[in-house]
Design a protein around this ligand. Structure first.
Ligand SMILES: *[C@@H]1O[C@H](CO)[C@@H](O)[C@H](O)[C@H]1NC(C)=O
Ligand SMILES: *[C@@H]1O[C@H](CO)[C@@H](O)[C@H](O)[C@H]1NC(C)=O
Ligand SMILES: *[C@@H]1O[C@H](CO)[C@@H](O)[C@H](O)[C@H]1NC(C)=O
Ligand SMILES: *[C@@H]1O[C@H](CO)[C@@H](O)[C@H](O)[C@H]1NC(C)=O
Ligand SMILES: [Zn+2]
Ligand SMILES: [Zn+2]
Length: 315
């Protein structure tokens, strides 16, 4: 059964990818949108080289950099200068991902940044750290930083109200049939560790949670655009918006074997449902709420995810 779904599903999505490639991305269809980072290896403060502007866009998108914050000059917001603010952002990224905090784009940092990942920002407003719940920390005293591995909440700790622990979900038109069972299993997994229950409704317009496949700029604002194959894989919005989108340009499969080039529909659903319930990214690599995932990887909930959801809802 699963094998059949796997092949039908891959076939369907391959068809849509090919169609898209023919219409839009004929040159660079297989190149990751994060590929530019490869050429920045070794860069540090003071460098001026093509691609640094893209690094700034990347770090802005994921919450590490904001030239518009009061008190900062925006002179270098859109150029290729590796300035102080960019160095600070790189250090914050390195701290969150347990890398050496050097401010230099060493090979470990670029390879971490190039991994396919969730489109939801790691940190919001530049002052909070991933993995510190809603408290937040800043970078003062980097040298003696005591690192605690931890789940996080989304900005402002949004939650579903206790009157709404039974949620309905529906699929947007065009969702491949084979994706519905793995998504249902992901909901069941969250039910097993929370007070939430989820039920499918045919009419997605009345559902609390709306799930679908979308590509490129799909109506969630330009900075939430998907980016073709690789790069960002999916995203979901905090309570109580209920929006969860897969990037239709990725290769998706039901139960892909290890080594497969396809991403696991159910594993990515588990992660995005975490956002729908109010969890942010965790700095624990084994947690489902870790920001990146390799193709052909199957993951379940980790103790860190369960502690996070229990803390958010006081279960
Ligand atoms: C970065 O700057 C250093 C000097 O500080 C220089 O040696 C290096 O070639 C520069 N790298 C790039 C990619 O421009
Ligand atoms: C910064 O501000 C400018 C002008 O106010 C705006 O066009 C730009 O989108 C802002 N950038 C971010 C990342 O908020
Ligand atoms: C940190 O730096 C040390 C010493 O240079 C190196 O051995 C280690 O591999 C680095 N770790 C990471 C995660 O980059
Ligand atoms: C960022 O912080 C400001 C005030 O510090 C707040 O008004 C704003 O809502 C925050 N942004 C988000 C996305 O939470
Ligand atoms: Zn995420
Ligand atoms: Zn979207």
């Amino acid at each position: 059964m699963d094998a059949m779904f796997f092949s039908t599903f891959s076939y369907l999505l391959l068809l849509t990818s090919l169609f898209h490639a023919a219409s839009a991305h004929s040159d660079d269809q297989m190149k990751s949108p994060f590929e530019f980072l490869q050429h920045l290896q070794g860069c540090h403060k003071g460098n001026h080289t093509g691609g640094i502007r893209e690094l700034k866009r990347y770090l802005e998108k994921f919450g590490y950099l904001n030239y518009n914050q009061s008190g900062h000059s925006t002179i270098h917001a859109d150029d290729d200068d590796f300035d102080d603010l960019l160095e600070f952002a790189v250090k914050t990224y390195q701290l969150n991902y347990h890398l050496n905090v050097t401010g230099t784009l060493d090979p470990q940092t670029t390879s971490k940044m190039m991994r396919p990942r969730c489109g939801v920002a790691d940190i919001i407003n530049g002052t909070t750290r991933m993995g510190f719940g809603k408290k937040g920390r800043n970078l003062r005293g980097i040298g003696s930083f005591h690192t605690v591995s931890h789940y996080a909440f989304l900005e402002g700790s949004p939650r579903w109200p206790a009157s709404n622990y039974h949620l309905t979900y529906g699929f947007l038109p065009g969702t491949p049939e084979a994706a519905t069972a793995p998504v249902a299993r992901a909901f069941a997994t969250w039910t097993s560790v929370t007070l939430f229950t989820f039920s499918y409704v045919e009419d997605h317009e009345i559902a609390n949670i709306q799930i679908g496949f979308a590509r490129g700029d799909h109506g969630d604002g330009a900075h939430n655009s998907f980016d073709g194959p690789g790069g960002t894989l999916a995203h979901a919005f905090p309570p109580t918006s209920g929006l969860f989108h897969y990037d239709a340009d990725e290769k998706w499969a039901v139960d892909p074997p290890s080594g497969s080039a396809a991403f696991n529909v159910e594993t990515v659903a588990l992660h995005e449902i975490g956002h729908l319930l109010g969890l942010g990214h965790s700095d624990v690599e084994g947690a489902i709420m870790y920001s990146s995932i390799a193709p052909g990887t199957t993951k379940g909930l980790h103790a860190d995810d369960i502690q996070g959801i229990k803390a958010l809802y006081n279960f």
